[in-house]
Design a protein around this ligand. Structure first.
Ligand code: F6R
Ligand code: MG
Ligand code: MG
Length: 385
């Protein structure tokens, strides 16, 4: 029986250089030191530290399973070390995502984002890790649906008998904290009825129907919902296993060739295109964006991380990036107007309600129009759009 390996990505924004732009190399060095010591002690098998924009990404392999207190504790320690550097260098928003003073066994709920898969390592185990900045977990809904349910994206759904049976999507409701498993292709329309609202319903895990193999996982932590106030955007991560009865690496990447609109960007309050970029462009500039994503390709070898391959570092994505720039320009021209700016439901967790609050008492009674539906709570942002 092949041994079980866990791949864990735990990420956090604990401060950055020149605004929310990019992490500082000294922060990466501090986290690397903590993880190198843990590797030496045998707590983790292997690790890789990277970043996208202002988020530090810890990619770790170990034998302890998901939600393990030692692994989460290690990540917490690494982020504390980076936050210390942030404070020493007076970097911006030092320690931002560490919502708690103390660690209590699991980083979920304390600010960092988590995506973990426990797997029986296949004879060859190709995996892609995705890391995004200036957006939210629901940004993965569209590409994951296309990868695992859309034959116009993934030829293997039609051609490969191992995939032909389809996939199971576990969809998580962030407001209710519960999830539902749904079958594709049978329940495709029902799946879309949920995941078309990416701020609430998030594809959390995907399984191959024929044998239950877990093929993907997404971090579903929503920072502002955890904190109850605006902290920053969640800047999600995802893991997708590929090949040999799963979508090929090229089919997985194909879903990112369309720079779809995602929520995030400036002040976590704007829709903009998700732009796939190489690691060297994983920094945000224009209007604190546009939202970006990197894809790292790996082979896992008895827990060792072989790689990474910087998968979006290719001219094949140049046109996607160009289209993303055009969309960015088009959206920016709307300035403070919806649908560039997010709707009232999402703006509730930004600083806008504080501004609107001041206007509340300035309204005076006007001639009433006899609507059948009363529209209340507009100013506090709780109304229907
Ligand atoms: C978005 C983000 C940035 C900040 C913006 C304002 O997730 O981190 O766009 O919201 O730079 O930041 P503050 O309020 O810290 O000046
Ligand atoms: Mg930041
Ligand atoms: Mg970020």
């Amino acid at each position: 029986m092949p041994e079980k390996i866990t791949l864990s990505i735990i990420k956090a924004d604990v401060g950055s250089l020149a605004g929310h732009h990019i992490v500082h190399p000294d922060q990466l060095a501090a986290t690397t030191k903590v993880l190198a010591e843990a590797k030496q002690k045998g707590l983790i098998i292997d690790f890789y530290v990277t970043h996208v924009g202002d988020d530090i990404q810890l990619i770790m392999t170990h034998r302890k399973g998901v939600d393990n207190p030692d692994i989460h504790g290690l990540a917490w320690e690494a982020f504390q070390a980076a936050a210390k550097v942030s404070r020493e260098l007076k970097l911006y928003a030092a320690g931002q995502d560490l919502l708690s003073e103390t660690f209590s066994g699991n980083v979920r709920g304390l600010g960092p984002g988590v995506a973990e898969i426990e797997m029986e390592e296949r004879p060859s185990e190709p995996v892609i890790t995705f890391h995004a900045d200036k957006t939210e977990p629901g940004a993965f809904n569209l590409p994951l649906f296309r990868i695992f349910a859309d034959p116009f994206n993934t030829a293997g759904l039609v051609i490969d008998p191992k995939m032909h049976g389809g996939f199971i999507f576990e969809v998580y409701d962030v407001y209710e904290g519960r999830s539902v498993k749904m079958n594709a292709p049978e329940e495709m329309y029902d799946i879309l009825a949920l995941i078309g609202t990416p701020g609430r319903y998030i594809i959390r895990r995907v399984y191959r129907k024929s044998d239950g193999l877990q093929a993907a996982v997404v971090s579903v932590e929503r920072l502002n919902l955890l904190a109850g106030r605006y902290v920053g955007k969640d800047d999600p991560v995802a893991i997708v296993r590929a090949q040999h009865g799963l979508p090929a690496v090229g089919e997985v990447l194909e879903a990112f060739a369309f720079p779809h609109l995602v929520a995030g960007w400036m002040r976590g309050s704007h829709f903009g295109p998700l732009m796939p970029v190489p690691q060297r462009s994983a920094k945000v500039t224009r209007f604190d964006g546009p939202p970006r994503i990197i894809a790292l390709g790996w082979n896992i070898n008895k827990g060792r991380l072989i790689g990474p391959a910087d998968l979006f570092d290719d001219v094949a994505f140049d046109e996607t990036r160009r289209l993303a720039q055009l969309i960015a320009e088009y959206m920016r021209r709307h300035g403070p107007f919806m649908p560039h700016r997010l709707g009232p439901e999402e703006m509730e967790y930004t600083t806008l309600p504080q501004v609107l609050e001041k206007l509340k008492n300035r309204f005076e009674k006007s001639e009433e129009v006899k609507y059948k539906v009363k529209h209340t709570e507009m100013l506090s942002g709780g109304g229907e759009g």
